[in-house]
Design a protein around this ligand. Structure first.
Ligand code: NAP
Length: 244
């Protein structure tokens, strides 16, 4: 039986690349999505080309009942979850002066509470199996802060605290929990930035370029592999040197 990876928000961007990369490693993929459409059909097709199963499961990570349901469906389908990647995330950028309470809450609900909702439902199965890998997608912004992103930075900093605390709780049961902190990665999340803003960002990155989803997927591939079996509770920056 092949290993099983559940990846949230995996229809595009970083989540899609992680799903594709792990499918190339032979993982059966439980792919969580929110919206149906072309992107979903395309990723399912691409994963199946790697001769592994792809089980697409709808659900909003900010809703606990949705997560309960899609984790149960994954267990019914595959009998286990070896790897969980909490990737689903949103931004709602604006200065605090203009930010409404709902703008703050929405980002926390998806990014941080979503991570709790999925992990809470998955970890009981990993505890029974006495093994598992959990990778949470944080951000450099959660470490450095960023003007216009108080909501997003708070959610991503929260994910770091969550990661370290859970790593301590479950280490003795063979479950490793780590976070990655990407810098600026070329996806639809950063596409909305104006060209001149992107150029300015790239200028300030020591490696002088924005990252690609594959740069993140490569580190996730390492963190789920046997080569990283002595690493837990860490936050690995994937940012071209922004954070040092
Ligand atoms: P993206 O292209 O906007 O993709 C985000 C994915 O999350 C989409 O598939 C989206 O699905 C899904 N999603 C959003 N809300 C959801 C919800 N409530 N329930 C389930 N799925 C939901 O963004 P990305 O750049 O790939 O970002 C992926 C992760 O990396 C996020 O956690 C983000 O914060 C983090 N990150 C990104 C960067 C960057 O520069 N791009 C940097 C640091 C960290 P729908 O299409 O259905 O909304």
């Amino acid at each position: 039986m092949s290993k099983v990876a559940l990846i949230t928000g995996a229809t595009r961007g970083i989540g899609k690349e992680i799903a594709l990369t792990l499918s190339k490693q032979g993982y059966a993929i439980a792919l969580n999505y929110r919206k149906e459409g072309e992107e979903l059909d395309q990723i399912k097709e691409e994963i199946q080309k790697n001769q592994v199963e792809c089980f697409a499961i709808k659900g909003d990570v900010s809703k606990f009942e949705d997560c309960e349901q899609f984790v149960t469906q994954t267990i019914e389908k595959f009998g286990k979850i070896d790897v969980l990647v909490n990737n689903a995330g949103i931004t709602k950028d604006m200065l605090l002066m203009r930010m409404k309470k709902e703008d703050f809450e929405q980002v926390i609900d998806v990014n941080l509470i979503g991570t709790f909702n999925v992990t809470k439902n998955v970890v009981s199965h990993m505890l029974k199996a006495r093994s598992g890998r959990i990778i949470n997608i944080s951000s450099v912004v959660g470490v450095m802060g960023n003007a216009g992103q108080t909501n997003y930075a708070a959610s991503k900093a929260g994910i770091i605290g969550f990661t370290k605390s859970l790593a301590k709780e479950v280490a003795s049961r063979g479950i490793l929990v780590n976070a990655v902190a990407p810098g600026f990665i070329q996806t639809s999340m950063t596409e909305i930035l104006k060209e001149e803003v992107k150029e300015e960002i790239a200028k300030n990155i020591p490696l002088k370029r924005m990252g690609k989803p594959q740069d993140v997927a490569n580190v996730v591939k390492f963190l789920v592999s046997e080569d990283s079996s002595y690493i837990t509770g860490q936050v690995i920056a994937i940012d071209g040197g922004m954070l040092m």
